[in-house]
Write a protein that binds this ligand. Structure first.
Ligand SMILES: Nc1nc2c(ncn2[C@@H]2O[C@H](COP(=O)(O)OP(=O)(O)OP(=O)(O)O)[C@@H](O)[C@H]2O)c(=O)[nH]1
Ligand SMILES: [Mg+2]
Length: 323
């Protein structure tokens, strides 16, 4: 494959080239990996930057509906929008973005939008790398906004938070007075909490939920990357397309402030460093699991420990010294 040619087609906005490149970075094959790295290296030179927005929420809160309405609002303003998904649980039924592509019918037909279904992959490290590289590809392709969706399960939020400039948490109106079991750690990552379904009969409950979360957010430790008033909670209705432009205005205000104060660039640098270290960690782990000298040494030393010839500590020290 001619990666230079693919790179120039991506940079000129060719969507099929972009789709092909994402397939390339998803591949596990060693030769594909080399091509992917070459491609990403070539595209890094475009220096393009999109606004990366992470979006998390439990199944059924309306993520897909929100992405469609919000995405269409943005494309209506002349912005190019890419949608990616982090979905570590490939077996998840019903809610995968693959099925959603049909639900996000209007957005997927919009020439200003690009929706990439999430491939099935169970390993979160692999998912993170794939998504990160897909983000880089979309950025090089000239998208203005990249929406990265994840369903609120386990660690996928942490992955998305490390990939985005802005993290949105989507909630549904709560029935009772509990904070819907949203984990503190996830609340602490949120820049804006959007309470969806603030329409019809659900509106009063949605407004109460907004107030509850505004209160909860005000109790969190103030973060250096926030201006006065952030993080904040707001009502939206994805179906009735209400509150979306207000939400967008708040996002822009927050991003503008972070750019002016250097927090935006700093966060990206820190993320790059995080991913460098993570990549090395994953690489070391895969060295141990692949057939080869490291795994042989591991089993040789393991047997010595089993026989009682070496202590676990001494064997581990010898192993680590050999890597
Ligand atoms: N009343 C109301 N219903 C909504 C709104 N947004 C979404 N819904 C409904 O909520 C249900 C779930 O919406 P989805 O957009 O599929 O939710 P999701 O978060 O993508 O769900 P998963 O993909 O399964 O995680 C659907 O029946 C939607 O019609 C809204 O703004 N108001
Ligand atoms: Mg969905």
């Amino acid at each position: 494959m001619d990666t230079a040619d693919l790179a120039s087609r991506i940079a000129s906005g060719d969507r099929r080239a972009l789709a092909r490149a994402i397939t390339l970075v998803e591949s596990q094959r060693t030769d594909h990996r080399e091509q992917a790295l070459a491609l990403l290296g070539q595209l890094a030179e475009t220096g393009r930057e999109a606004l990366r927005i992470g979006l998390s929420g439990a199944p059924g809160v309306g993520k897909s509906t929100f992405i469609e309405s919000f995405g269409l609002m943005l494309t209506g303003q002349g912005l190019r929008v890419a949608v990616l998904a982090v979905d570590p649980s490939s077996s998840r039924s019903g809610g995968s973005i693959l099925g959603d592509k049909t639900r996000m019918e209007r957005l997927s037909r919009d020439p200003m939008a690009f929706i990439r279904p999430s491939p099935s992959q169970s390993h979160l490290g692999g998912v993170a790398r794939r998504t990160r590289e897909a983000v880089a590809l979309c950025e090089a392709a000239g998208f203005d906004v990249i929406l990265i969706e994840t369903v609120g399960v386990g660690q996928s939020e942490t992955v998305v938070a490390q990939l985005c400039d802005l993290f949105l948490l989507l909630l549904a109106p709560a029935g009772g007075d509990e904070l819907q079991g949203v984990k503190r750690g996830i609340m602490e990552m949120a820049d804006i909490i959007l309470v969806n379904k603030a329409d019809g009969d659900l509106r009063p409950a949605a407004m109460r939920t907004v107030a509850d979360y505004a209160g909860a957010l005000s109790l969190l430790r103030r973060r250096p990357q926030d201006p006065e008033g952030f993080p904040k909670a707001m009502p939206v209705s994805a179906i009735e397309e209400q509150g979306l432009s207000d939400a967008w205005a708040e996002m822009q205000a927050l991003v503008g402030w972070r750019r002016d104060t250097g927090h935006f660039a700093r966060r990206r640098s820190e993320q790059s460093r995080h991913w460098f270290e993570e990549e090395v960690r994953q690489g070391l782990l895969s060295v141990l699991s692949r057939p080869g000298p490291a795994r042989e040494a591991m089993s040789r030393l393991g047997e010595a420990v089993t026989r009682g010839d070496l202590t676990p500590e001494a064997a581990a020290a010898r192993m680590l010294a050999s890597i």
